[in-house]
Design a binder for this molecule. Structure first.
Ligand SMILES: NC(=O)c1ccc[n+]([C@@H]2O[C@H](COP(=O)([O-])OP(=O)(O)OC[C@H]3O[C@@H](n4cnc5c(N)ncnc54)[C@H](OP(=O)(O)O)[C@@H]3O)[C@@H](O)[C@H]2O)c1
Length: 306
């Protein structure tokens, strides 16, 4: 076990959080735990009905839970812009942004903007959402103790094990040919780590972190089951002994709330379960790659403004 986990049981009354994909899987585990600690939680999801079910489940356990639906489809940058606008209509502060939603190893598909699905959902949509929320996050830092305002990118150890060794493939970001669904997943997760590192460089008042949550039994395996038929034989082994989403979310809660993490020492850190500041892959530690990826992504998202 890593650092002291006790501090992650803090009181979050008066704090506002957004959890993408917060209605299911690790996102649901995160929403419950943040709501339980008193935060107002916006579940950013593309499904109103699934979110309603999740809200009911949370309120059964914690009747006072303050949980809301924020419509968001990360594969659609217009939807991302609308989500940021809608949030700003309701809230003037944002303390915790958990960029959690994701897809893994889905068959090759492009969004309506022409981006490969894993890159789009796991990274591009989150980059734009974060960018649009940055003014609110920065404003919030003025009224709370240092290190309170956090951006948590839920990445994966796949950023190291599955991404191309050379790192970000700027010449072929969709990786349509010559790459597997697994390499595309790892690439998008590498982008999550680099994004958190570059956020920490550019915005020193916000604590930006990335993490691997560990192997957790969730719906994520639907992706490889659809792209890689043999995965059904491997899945039981991969998930052997793995926790469910409630327990699996502990690393996310740690990153989002623990006072053991300090902005001077840990901003931009990559965290392993549970609460261990760890060394990310060589590519993920390359400051030029982080900088270039930021620039590429800004140009990309700006070029897709309608
Ligand atoms: N589970 C693991 O072992 C593991 C390991 C390493 C990293 N992770 C990371 O953990 C994160 C959470 O995954 P999970 O394991 O909890 O998987 P999950 O149960 O499949 O949850 C994924 C979430 O992402 C949402 N999502 C997918 N596409 C979306 C889109 N276009 N717009 C908005 N939301 C979208 C899903 O919503 P819908 O219900 O609408 O599809 C769902 O809420 C992911 O980033 C994943 O890479 C998980």
């Amino acid at each position: 076990m890593g650092a002291n986990l006790e501090s992650s049981t803090c009181d979050l009354s008066g704090k506002v959080a957004i959890v993408t994909g917060g209605h299911t899987g690790l996102g649901f585990g995160t929403s419950v735990e943040l709501a339980k600690r008193g935060a107002r939680v916006y579940i950013a999801s593309r499904s109103a009905s699934k979110t309603e079910e999740s809200k009911n489940e949370i309120r059964q356990e914690f009747p006072a839970a303050d949980v809301h639906f924020l419509p968001l489809d990360l594969a659609d940058l217009d939807s991302v812009r609308q989500a940021a606008e809608k949030f700003a209509q309701h809230e003037s502060a944002l303390h915790i942004l958990v960029n959690n939603a994701g897809v893994m190893c889905v068959p090759y598909e492009e969004t309506k903007d022409g981006s490969e699905m894993q890159l789009a959902v796991n990274y591009l949509g989150h980059f734009l959402l974060t960018k649009l929320l940055l003014p609110t996050l920065l404003n919030t830092t003025e009224s709370v103790p240092e290190g309170t305002v956090r951006i948590v990118n839920v990445s994966s150890d796949g950023h190291a094990k599955l991404a191309p060794k050379q790192g970000i493939i700027f010449s072929d970001m969709n990786m349509k040919k010559d790459f597997s669904v697994w390499a595309r997943y790892g690439h998008s997760k590498l982008a999550n780590v680099l994004h958190a590192k570059e956020l920490a460089t550019r915005y020193s008042k916000i604590m930006s972190l990335s993490l691997h949550p560990g192997t957790v039994k969730t719906g994520l395996s639907q992706g490889p089951l659809s792209s890689t038929p043999l995965y059904r034989f491997i899945k039981p082994l991969v998930e052997l002994g793995a926790p469910g989403p409630r327990e699996g979310a502990r690393s996310i809660i740690y990153a989002a709330t623990s006072t053991s993490l300090t902005i001077e020492r840990d901003n931009g850190a990559y965290i392993l379960p549970i609460g261990k500041v760890a060394v990310a892959s060589q590519a993920a530690r390359d400051p030029k790659m982080a900088h270039d990826l930021w620039d590429w992504t800004e140009r990309k998202t700006e070029s897709l403004e309608h």
